[in-house]
Write a protein that binds this ligand. Structure first.
Ligand SMILES: C[S@@+](CC[C@H](N)C(=O)[O-])C[C@H]1O[C@@H](n2cnc3c(N)ncnc32)[C@H](O)[C@@H]1O
Length: 280
């Protein structure tokens, strides 16, 4: 089991996705959908293929894959019931199903799928190594894996400043929140993700990158956007009552001003690395 694994962390992650489920598809102007679309293009699903979408969430990837493999099947698995509920109501394709299941414990027989997709999910899994071992097990010989991962090193100075302030903020409010090790933050680097996949028995093929970004108009919009960025900012920001929320927004304003260049203030980048690989 991954040293990062703890039941508390799994609960924290699943609780976050259960809560953000209704807003997930619209977050940051529908950015998750654009990443999903790029991942599906990279994965190149073909007619008749059987596909497993691991950490399917609201099914953004699965729903794009379904018409391309029809009459092949797509199964999307996830641990968040609220995400799965939305996945089941989105889309009309009959050849896609959504099931509650852990990425680390797939119930499928070995060598049953042609393609496994993992959109923006690997870094959230309790045990990424085990999740990749399971993907490898259920893929047919020569089967494909397509993974997308947030590349955090391309965050802006404004994001870095904000995220660095979260741990002290939690301490000030006596909130002890579980966190994954900092190693996870490097999963989406172009020199790290291929290595992880290669170590899991995959031959790495194409790697592509996608960079999106923008600016929020003020501290309120900024904290709202960042609340959707992960379990830690979400839990912290939602835990603050109106008074402390106001204080946080004032601190964010001051931090943005401290950047010097007004063009840097409230600017965010969301960058992704996408990799296609094949089972060795
Ligand atoms: C950022 S969302 C990605 C959703 C979707 N794949 C996409 O591309 O938009 C990550 C998903 O992984 C799921 N997840 C986290 N840990 C999991 C695990 N151990 N097994 C299965 N799913 C998990 C979460 O519930 C969440 O829905």
């Amino acid at each position: 089991m991954d040293p990062d694994y703890s039941d508390e962390m799994v609960d924290h992650v699943v609780d976050f996705f259960d809560r953000v489920a209704p807003f997930y598809d619209a977050w940051a102007g529908g950015q998750h959908g654009r990443v999903a679309s790029r991942l599906v293009d990279l994965a190149a699903p073909a007619k008749n293929e059987h596909v497993l979408d691991v950490g399917t969430g609201t099914g953004l990837v699965a729903h794009l894959v379904a018409p391309r493999v029809n009459p092949g099947m797509v199964i999307g698995i996830d641990l968040s019931e609220n995400m799965l509920r939305i996945a089941r109501t989105n889309g009309k394709d009959k050849n896609v199903q959504f099931v509650g299941m852990a990425a680390e414990r797939l119930v499928f027989r070995p060598e049953t799928f042609d393609l496994v997709t993992m959109g923006e999910a690997l870094a959230y899994f309790a045990d990424p190594t085990e999740a990749l071992a399971e993907a490898h097990r259920i893929l047919r010989p020569g089967g494909r894996l397509a993974v997308s991962c947030l590349r955090r090193s391309l965050n802006t100075r404004a994001q870095d400043l904000f995220f660095q302030g979260l741990a002290p903020l939690a301490r000030r409010h006596y909130l002890s929140l579980p966190r994954y090790s900092s190693e996870r933050a490097r999963f989406g680097e172009p020199d790290v993700l291929p290595q992880i996949l290669s170590g899991a028995g995959f031959e790495v093929g194409r790697l592509t990158e996608m960079v999106t970004g923008g600016r929020t108009s003020d501290a309120r919009e900024w904290t709202e956007l960042m609340a959707g960025a992960g379990p830690l900012p979400y839990t912290l920001i939602r835990a603050l009552g109106p008074r402390y929320r106001g204080e946080l927004e004032a601190e964010v304003e001051a931090a943005m001003a401290s950047l010097g260049d007004p063009d840097d203030a409230f600017r965010y980048h969301h960058s992704y690395v996408l990799v296609a690989a094949r089972k060795r």
